[in-house]
Design a protein around this ligand. Structure first.
Ligand SMILES: Nc1nc2c(c(=O)[nH]1)N[C@@H](CN(C=O)c1ccc(C(=O)N[C@@H](CCC(=O)O)C(=O)O)cc1)CN2
Length: 284
């Protein structure tokens, strides 16, 4: 069997175009356009690329897109002051602080300072709590992207066995909550899970979010399963690899996301969707 490729690049382009039409309709009605503000601290090369991409794609669909680039030596107090300024600005609908932050800054303290109504990353404890309670707040972008791809790939998720590998606050935990909301039977596997291959083998849906290149092997996958690979690992040759051994898994799975071109592009499209959601919740 050769798996169907789930094309995240195409799905993301379609989602951005749809949001762009909604932004154009707001503008045509004489309303302000949504404002997305992304904060980058320091010079991490990958973060610089992601922030530039967020800035460009938000502007491309007509949003008011602003990137705040702060030096690596920025203090926690200065970053908190920047967030307070953005929280208080009525023209700001979405605030995202690019992660990882430099080590001298406490990430939790920064996330907690963002107005939950503007937290388009969905990481604030209020939004995480709403998600854990099965309610709708702002949902983290990558998990939201995984769900949109799964809903596109499968006729129904109800009753399916889902195994999420990884328990991070950014991906593993929220995607597990979303799968539960979609009536899947969910297992969160992690570094202490015993016999991980056997756990993964019973899954109809596998979401790999561990950050270890090609860790999930083809013979771990149940024939016909849907595989969502969240890993984006830069290899010594400069190429990207996912957390799943794609060549092996594609021989067994029913459908699979590639890396690059799978979940990654959905992350930014979902950020734009969250910005529009935050705008509508605040401004109608
Ligand atoms: N505050 C946040 N920080 C980070 C998040 C996040 O959701 N919020 N996620 C990642 C980085 N990220 C967005 O910020 C991101 C990662 C990957 C992609 C993407 O489109 N990847 C492409 C490949 C790009 C490449 O060549 O490097 C793909 O997979 O096809 C977009 C956004 C960590 N930080």
């Amino acid at each position: 069997m050769t798996a169907r490729i789930i094309d995240g690049k195409a799905a993301a382009a379609e989602l951005r175009a749809e949001i762009g039409r909604e932004v154009a309709a707001l503008e045509a009605a004489g309303k302000p356009v949504p404002g997305l503000h992304v904060v980058l601290v320091g010079e991490d090369p990958a973060s610089k690329v992601y922030v530039a991409s967020k800035e460009k794609l938000a502007a491309e669909i007509g949003m008011n897109s602003v990137a705040h680039r702060l030096p690596a030596e920025t203090t926690e107090a200065a970053l908190l002051a920047k967030i307070a300024e953005l929280n208080a600005d009525d023209g700001v609908d979405g605030i995202l602080v690019q992660l990882p932050l430099p080590k001298h800054i406490d990430t939790g303290r920064i996330i907690d300072a963002i107005d939950p109504a503007k937290d388009v990353d969905g990481l604030h404890p209020i939004n995480a709590g709403l998600l854990a309670g099965g309610k709708t707040g702002l949902v983290p972008c990558t998990p939201l992207g995984c769900m949109l791809l799964l809903k596109q790939a499968l006729p129904s998720l109800s009753g399916l066995e889902a195994v999420v590998i990884g328990r991070s606050e950014l991906v593993g935990r929220p995607v597990a909550q979303l799968l539960l909301q979609a009536d899947c039977t969910v297992t969160i596997a992690h570094s202490r899970t015993r016999d991980l291959p056997a756990v993964v083998k019973r899954a109809d849906i596998v979401v790999a979010a561990v950050g270890r290149p090609r860790m999930v092997k083809g013979d771990w996958i149940k024939p016909g399963a849907t595989v969502i690979d969240v890993g984006i690992n830069r290899m010594p040759d400069g190429k990207l690899a996912g957390d799943v051994d794609y060549a092996q898994a594609a021989e067994v799975a029913g459908a699979i996301t590639p890396v690059p071109g799978g979940v990654g592009p959905m992350t930014i499209a979902c950020l734009l969707r969250n910005t529009l959601t935050a705008y509508r919740a605040r401004r109608g």
